[in-house]
Structures are given as structure tokens and as C-alpha cells.
Design a protein around this ligand. Sequence first.
Ligand SMILES: C[S@@+](CC[C@H](N)C(=O)[O-])C[C@H]1O[C@@H](n2cnc3c(N)ncnc32)[C@H](O)[C@@H]1O
Length: 292
Amino acid sequence: MQAAGEVVLSDVHLYKTVDTDGVVITRFQFKVSAEDHTKFNDDLKYDQDGDIVVSRSDDNRDVITISHEMSTVLESVGLQVWRGALLMCDYVNANTERFAGKEVLELGCGTGLTSIFVAQFAKIVYATDHGEKILALCQENVDRNVSLISAHMHVVDLNWFERLPDDRVNPNILLACDCIYDNDMTDALFRTIHCFIQRAKTQAVSRKASRGHPFLVTYIPLEKRLNFTTEDMDVTCKEYDHFKICLKELIDNTDKHAKCVVKQVFLDEIPLCFDYDRSEQLELWIVESYVL
Ligand SMILES: C[S@@+](CC[C@H](N)C(=O)[O-])C[C@H]1O[C@@H](n2cnc3c(N)ncnc32)[C@H](O)[C@@H]1O
């Protein structure tokens, strides 16, 4: 793990040059899904002639414009864009029907790229992170991409070390992209995920939700960061190993009302729609929570 105060650089920005004081605006181009680009219909935008306004730059490419920093200290990594965010966008693009009409909450949203992307399809999106600067940047990016967004979108402070927001916030999808890099934070992140599962479970049980459909789905794309340590005399990824323990605890925490099922989606199952280098260290994990 990097020490506090040390500068870190996301590989997403490796080949970019910067003129200004570290803040840049990147146009992330993506290929629009070949399937029906189903957006949540209540909020479609129409022009004066009554035609639907589509912000697409040409037939099958579109752009999200994101303001971000190029390199930061570890405490401010959310001001950069990370590959987990792009992998999640790729997954959403290939599976739009899973997000259409849903209430999505992103934990540790950083610049907001993934939240903005999913807001093309979802009904409500909460882009959450902790700290004034990161939330201001995320809001700026939401405003920048408003023509792409169909969902009701809220940028909200949610610190994993504190209590959940009020129970009107009741997502059926959670996202946590590239948030596995410090074991204490991973513990706090998993406590937060567990609290959302408990909250959603209470509601699912009281409305007698179907056993065949998950009442909450949590997506965790991450990048395994390998290090050689003299302590182990080997290449290790202790943060990843800790993550796997947290995943197992989530499964073991099953009670008589609900269970969690964990799946890994392999990279070759997710078509590439954004332009970035997909390293073999990228992984996508899905936790589905069901009533019993
Ligand atoms: C590596 S960045 C990933 C940002 C974004 N999801 C992406 O993939 O580009 C990790 C994110 O977790 C957020 N984070 C770290 N600790 C947090 C906490 N205690 N509560 C909420 N967010 C936190 C950071 O602010 C940062 O935005």
C-alpha cells in the first residue's frame, strides 16, 4: 500500500499531457450498446418539434466529458479516474436492461464518471463520496453531462465510517468501483454494503419479494495491485486478499431471511466500449442478495 502523502497516478491518464495546474478535462468516448439504448422513459428530453433529443455525436459513439486531476496524494485519489470505473461502464453498456428503471447508489464515486454513465438508464442515481472537494468535482461533472442524464441524480456525502443516509434512500443496485486499496477502508466499505443489504432485506421481506430475483445487487470492479515485499520475498496483494475475506464474511453472514451469492464476471464476457488499457489485474465481482 502507498504511504499517506505519496503521489499516485491512475494508469487511465498515463499518456495524457497537462497544460494547467493538474486539472484536466477528458472526453471519454464510448461505443453505444448495439442493443436498444433503453433509457428510463419518464425523463426523455424532447426538442421543439417533439423529437427525442439524443446527445450522441454520431451513430454509434457518444462522449462523457469529465474534469479530473492527473495525479494526487493517496487521500485524494477520487479526483482521478480509475480503470474500475471504466470497466463498470463497459458492463453497464453491455447490460443496460439490468439498470433500466433501477435505483442505483454508487459508493466512492470520485469524479462521477460511472454514476453519470448509469444515469442514462436508471431511474434514480445517488453519486456518493466523502469530502467537499470531491463532491464539488462530481457535481461539476454531472452538470457538464446533463444532456446525457435521464435519471433523477443526486450527489450526496456518504462516509463509510458513518451511519447510512435516511431510509428514503433505498437502492436496489450498489456500485463500488476501484475502492479496494486500504484494509481499514475496505472494512468500512463492507460494513456500509452490509447495512444497505440489511435495510433492503427488511423491505423485501415485508413486501414478500420474489425469491428468484435479488432484492439488491452490488457490483465491485477492482484492480489487483501487486507489490513485491521484502517481508514476504514475493509478489503479493494483501489488500486483495483482505477483500476476498470480506466477501466471504458477507456470504457467511446469511441469516434465516436472506442470503448473498457472489459471482465473478470474466473480462472476456464484457465487451470493451471505452478506450482504455484493460489489464489482467482488473476484475468484476457481483454480490446478489436474495430473500429465503
Ligand atoms: C480509487 S478512488 C475510485 C474513484 C472512482 N470510483 C473511480 O473508479 O474512478 C476511491 C474512492 O473512494 C472514496 N472513499 C475513500 N474513503 C471513503 C470513505 N470513508 N467514505 C466514502 N468514500 C470514500 C474516495 O474519495 C475515492 O473517490
